[in-house]
Ligand binder design. Structure first.
Ligand SMILES: Cc1cc2nc3c(=O)[nH]c(=O)nc-3n(C[C@H](O)[C@H](O)[C@H](O)COP(=O)(O)OP(=O)(O)OC[C@H]3O[C@@H](n4cnc5c(N)ncnc54)[C@H](O)[C@@H]3O)c2cc1C
Length: 300
């Protein structure tokens, strides 16, 4: 199933992730980004959801606007942490009323933040596998889930992560989108183990084009993502040279994707951070055609 045969050229299919804006300025930035990225014709886009419902209104509003005012096939992220089953059902109903038929089903981080002890709500869904089952019971939705090539920070080991992924797939998940990573060998080892465990759904690498390496390092620790030393080397000397930094960032992400394509992976989920220039630069480097170029090519 490919909604964008143009972008399937070279076998690469892409999706984009956005987060809901928290200010008027951020809102403007999001919609400018969406307008810019429309030309890449992604398979789908997704909008994150603050764990515990902290961004329910802005997520719902962004998703509604994407569904009704853009050409994007749009998924809403949804978490179940800190909510009763009834609360979660009410939220699902609100998203359904807004026209959402695709979800990224997640447990969510504990209210105390990453690393604090996770306590399932006594009357709620304990993990994403249970949330997937609940969504499946309610309708024929497209459901993505998370996967962690370098292990979820709370997980005791990769085997526990893969068990959870299997439960999510068995309960009806259509694909897994991964946490961002830079070590393609680690991804390939993980992918092999996932397939050996009998999990057949696509494992779609989450690609993070690096807008700012220093900020990313702070964030990566909490996500369990390893920052290899070669990244420091690639960005060395670019601190005061924004153009050079952007060139290196686009090169790094494009090379990562090209290497994964050589390893047989063809779908990629790009973390846009609600900014378009770097994402567009990555896609240009990959030789992916914009919609208009593809149309012009077909007409010639
Ligand atoms: C693609 C992607 C999108 C995301 N989007 C959002 C978002 O929109 N909003 C948001 O708040 N967060 C988001 N997250 C982060 C996610 O909510 C956190 O990583 C959270 O801690 C786990 O949620 P999950 O759905 O991955 O959990 P699960 O799939 O339920 O579990 C993840 C792993 O944690 C381990 N685990 C689960 N429960 C326990 C337990 N009780 N004790 C010990 N180990 C346990 C398991 O080994 C499991 O593999 C996203 C992550 C990814 C990769």
């Amino acid at each position: 199933m490919s909604s964008n045969s143009e972008n399937a050229q070279g076998g690469i299919r892409i999706s984009f992730e956005f987060f809901p804006p928290k200010s008027e300025e951020a809102e403007q930035q999001l919609w400018n980004t969406v307008a810019d990225l429309t030309e890449w014709d992604p398979e789908f886009v997704s909008v994150t959801y603050g764990a515990g419902g902290s961004t329910k209104a802005p997520t719902l509003s962004a998703v509604r606007k994407m569904i009704h005012e853009t050409p994007f096939t749009t998924a809403s992220h949804l978490t179940c942490v800190g909510a009763t089953r009834e609360d979660t059902h009410r939220v699902i109903d609100e998203f359904l009323a807004a026209g959402v038929r695709r979800f990224v089903a997640l447990r969510g981080d504990p209210p105390g933040g990453v690393g604090s002890a996770y306590q399932p709500h006594p009357g709620g869904y304990a993990n994403a596998a249970e949330l997937v089952a609940a969504l499946r019971e309610r309708g024929d939705f497209d459901i993505s889930v998370s996967a962690y090539p370098e292990k979820h920070p709370e997980s005791r080991d990769t085997a526990a992560d893969i068990d959870m992924l299997k439960r999510k797939a068995d309960n009806g998940a259509d694909r897994a989108l991964t946490q961002f990573f830079f070590d393609n060998d680690a991804f390939e080892r993980y992918h092999d183990r996932v397939r050996a465990a009998g999990i057949k759904i696509p494992i779609v690498p989450g690609i993070m084009p690096i807008q700012n390496l220093t900020q990313l390092k702070r964030f990566a620790g909490a996500c369990g993502t390893n920052i290899p030393s070669w990244l420091d080397e690639r960005f060395e000397g670019t601190d005061d040279h924004a153009e050079e930094r952007a060139r290196v960032a686009a090169e790094v992400a494009a090379e990562q994707i090209e290497d994964l394509v050589r390893r047989g992976i063809h779908e990629f989920h790009l973390y846009t951070m609600n900014r378009s220039p770097l994402v567009s630069a990555v896609l240009e480097r990959l030789g992916i055609q914009r919609k208009a170029e593809a149309r012009a090519g077909a007409a010639a």
